[in-house]
Design a protein around this ligand. Structure first.
Ligand SMILES: [Zn+2]
Length: 85
């Protein structure tokens, strides 16, 4: 579904995984395309720990207010226990 909104999201490094149209708003489910699984503290590869969802307001999609639900994976480093997302 290539339209302007999705193209713009691509520029943010986000992939739209689902769209939900409600009466008064539309919700786009997104995830981050690039995995970010390297520990910035010691350089080891982290292991996925869990995911968190963040809701972000986005510019209206058509006439509906649009909410982005961004799923972010959290990683934990085995070496130094650093946790990031
Ligand atoms: Zn580390």
């Amino acid at each position: 579904m290539p339209d302007a909104t999705f193209t713009r999201l691509d520029g943010l490094g986000l992939e739209v995984t689902g769209q939900l149209l409600e009466l008064d708003r539309s919700v786009l489910a997104c995830r981050v395309v690039e995995p970010d699984d390297w520990c910035r503290r010691c350089g080891c590869q982290g292991v996925p720990r869990d995911t968190v969802s963040r809701e972000l307001a986005h510019e209206p999609f058509g006439w509906r207010p649009t909410t982005l639900v961004l799923t972010v994976r959290r990683y934990r480093c085995k070496e130094c226990s650093h946790v990031w997302r």
